[in-house]
Design a protein around this ligand. Structure first.
Ligand code: 3HC
Length: 703
């Protein structure tokens, strides 16, 4: 008997349970255990039907991703699934939790599927840069139709059990215990002498697409319209096409060949790296294992501005009541009005019901009385970036908040330790840096102060998960991980203008690289005045400065999109900006005044001079222990700043390019700007022929 596959009897029904915590991934031991169990059950005449289930929290959530880098040990998952499908007696899958990827493919190989309430099956392989490689692209279209299967396979989102039932992907939703329900189902099948249904033999659902491919083609074009250079979604659609065009066995072969190509690709390696990095980023190496988060039942947010409003929406969306405090009734009402308007947009777009809007607004209360936060378990300050204002608020919170409350600041740059010192309980203080719009953006930098207690840190991480954010624990420095690296990029982007590039060329080079927006379009959107004010308050080197062009634009009242002019001109109603000759002239004049001779700049130079300094800054961040691992930096940049997923984040991409090359190029560019000298850690790793990944302390997964 295998240690990860258990077989028990319920009369003449055998119940096979996969028990491989935490998610019953279908690694080698499970595959061989299943293979052996099925062979035995096939030959055992006393067994009339088989129920296949998962122990613990879920039916298998997929193949074991950690095995992907290595040669596959037989039996392969496809082989096990074919063996199950070929069983001469009924096999019923008892699904619960998240039957994903190979787990769902396993269920598709069974003859019927019964699911517990709340089950969310799906084929998320595309998010790992691969496709369902154990028959999923061939069986799901045969079971529910290719047009219906396409978005599930190309999009990768799991579907609720009710939808799966509607589509015919499952046969029943169990009221009570799913294994009991599957056993009862098996008995019914036997009593009614129902013929076994092998999905691979079904043709009915693909017949229409075989006769006329147009609906499928249209659906495929729509599903792959915005793939941002990712290969996997296109391959997924292609594989579903095989189900229409080819006999099952041939389609299976072609699917497998595509799978093998993708699994070896840099894109899939990058996406698998991000999968594990995201899970590691919230782990704190030196936090005692038994640290428990404090319960959070009520929250409070100080400041009803854009950030405060967005953060409050996150709490309401998670069902946590939240009190917003602002200094004036007017600001408060404006903030509450904006929240209601934002929810209203979701309702009008059909993303939310009117009842949901009422329920969420019911969780949000507003006041100008700070003492109202006395019973909050977590208080997040989101007022403007001025140390004295923040210190004053934290001093007041110290007097009002209950002793167990977590006190967080949503600062983007300021010293969390100094803010903490404004209280008599610095151990309860940390940073929770949300990204704008806070109710949409996934990233949350959790800034650990010198004194932050482990329990407080654990509570912030737990809250982040409840708010469906991707938390990354970082240390205190100017700009933390994300904005500190952005600063390295901003500094260089202004220099490129002076040396000969135009804003449009710089932006295009970065969108070609894969960013959704270039630096100048981004600053026009965010508002040039924010950085300008910081530079004026803190000296020209703050916030990406010196920025002579941005400063002059601000002096001309050109704050970006909101004033209709910034680095670009924005005509009313137009989505993007158009280049402005006035800005071009300003750049030329400034360069001449500074004695810079402008020259032709290539797109390649732009990419090197904008991204490599960020990588070098990332190396400093690692050296200083501000980020625990290179993967944490990747998660920050992919989730907060639109670094292309297919490249796996700046540090992973740096390893792909080669650190020696990056070091050499930075040395070269340092002739123009001495600040571009490579960081000592980058130098050292390059000299030793190593990559950033070699710094990882945990399992060297998914390499
Ligand atoms: N392989 C290996 N490890 C896995 C895994 C998998 N398929 N899925 C999850 N894990 C690990 C995680 O890395 C994590 O490990 P850690 O505790 O050491 O950090 C642990 O299991 C728990 O995972 P989560 O923290 O993500 O737990 P959640 O409860 O938040 O989420 C989940 C559970 C929804 C199942 C989520 O883990 C998930 O989405 N997993 C990946 C699902 C997936 O992509 N499946 C397809 C795999 S590829 C495939 O099947 C190919 C086939 O077509 C041939």
């Amino acid at each position: 008997m295998s240690s990860v596959v258990d077989v028990r009897r319920d009369g003449d029904i055998a119940v096979v349970t996969i028990d491989n915590p935490p998610v019953n991934a279908l690694g080698h031991a499970v595959r061989s255990g299943l293979h052996a169990a099925m062979r035995e059950l096939r030959d055992d005449a006393s067994v009339k039907a088989v129920v296949l289930a998962g122990a613990g929290r879920t039916f298998p959530a997929g193949a074991d991703i950690t095995e992907f880098g290595n040669p596959l040990q037989p039996p392969g998952l496809g082989e096990v699934i074919e063996q199950i499908e070929a069983m001469p007696k009924p096999v019923i899958a008892a699904l619960h939790g998240t039957p994903l990827g190979g787990g769902f493919e396993l269920a598709l190989g069974c003859h019927w599927r019964v699911a517990a309430k709340g089950t969310r099956p799906g084929l998320p392989e595309v998010k790992l840069g691969i496709l369902p490689g154990a028959g999923g692209t061939q069986r799901l279209p045969r079971l529910i139709g290719p047009v219906e299967a396409l978005p599930i396979i190309v999009g990768g989102e799991p579907i609720p059990a009710e939808r799966a039932l509607q589509l015919g992907a499952i046969d029943e939703i169990a009221e009570g215990d799913v294994i009991e329900a599957a056993i009862a189902f098996a008995r019914r099948v036997l009593a009614e002498k129902r013929p076994i249904v092998r999905v691979s033999e079904r043709e009915d659902k693909i017949a229409a697409a075989r006769a006329d491919r147009s609906a499928f083609e249209a659906a495929a074009a729509e599903a792959t319209a915005r793939t941002r250079g990712l290969e996997a979604p296109v391959a997924c659609a292609k594989a579903v096409g095989f189900a229409i065009d080819l006999p099952f066995a041939e389609g299976l072969k072609r699917e497998h060949a595509l799978f093998l190509d993708l699994v070896k690709s840099d894109q899939s390696k990058a996406q698998r790296h991000l999968f594990f990095a995201e899970r590691e980023a919230a782990k704190v190496a030196d936090m005692p294992k038994d640290t428990k988060p404090r319960p959070v039942v009520r929250a409070a947010v100080i400041g009803a501005g854009t950030m405060g409003g967005g953060i409050s929406m996150c709490f309401a969306n998670a069902g946590i009541p939240v009190t917003i405090v602002d200094a004036t009734e007017e600001a408060l009402q404006r903030g509450l009005g904006t929240i209601e308007k934002n929810y209203g947009i979701s309702v009008s777009r059909g993303r939310m019901s009117a009842d949901d809007l009422t329920a969420r607004m019911g969780l949000i209360s507003g006041t100008t009385d700070m003492t109202a936060v006395a019973d909050a378990d977590i208080i997040i300050e989101a007022v403007f970036e001025e140390m004295e204002v923040k210190r004053d608020i934290f001093g007041r919170l110290d007097r009002i908040a209950k002793p167990s409350a977590v006190l967080a600041t949503n600062t983007s740059y300021l010293d969390v330790n100094e803010i903490a010192r404004a209280t008599g309980r610095p151990g309860s203080v940390l940073g929770m840096h949300f990204f704008s719009p806070a109710n949409v953006m996934k990233l949350l930098e959790i800034v650990r102060g010198k004194a932050t207690e482990p329990e407080v840190l654990a509570t912030a991480i737990d809250v982040a998960r409840k708010l469906k954010k991707v938390p990354v624990v970082v240390g205190v420095c100017f700009g933390f991980v994300g904005n500190r690296m952005l600063r390295a990029r901003s500094l260089e982007s202004e220099r490129l203008l002076l040396e000969g590039a135009s804003p449009a060329q710089v932006d295009r080079a970065l969108t070609d690289f894969g960013f959704p927006m270039g630096p100048f379009a981004m600053i026009d959107l965010a508002g040039l005045d924010i950085g300008w004010r910081i530079r004026k308050a803190m000296g020209p080197t703050a916030d990406g400065g010196p920025a002579p062009i941005a400063d002059q634009l601000c002096e001309m009242g050109r704050f970006g999109q909101k004033t209709g002019r910034g680095f670009y001109i924005y005509e009313k109603g137009a989505r993007g900006g158009t280049p402005d000759p006035e800005v071009a002239a300003l750049i030329e004049r400034t360069a001449a005044d500074m004695g810079i001779v402008r020259r032709e700049i290539s797109d390649e130079e732009i990419v090197e001079r904008l991204i490599y300094p960020m990588i070098s800054e990332g190396a400093k961040i690692l050296d200083e222990g501000i980020a625990q691992r290179p993967g944490d930096i990747d998660i920050v940049w992919v989730n907060g700043y639109g670094f292309p997923v297919r490249l796996g984040g700046p540090m992973h991409w740096a390893d792909t390019v080669g650190l020696a090359h990056i070091r050499d190029r930075l040395r070269h560019w340092a002739q123009f700007n001495p600040a571009l000298q490579p960081a000592p850690l980058l130098e050292r790793l390059a000299d030793e022929g190593r990559g950033f990944a070699s710094l990882r302390t945990g399992r060297d997964k998914a390499a």
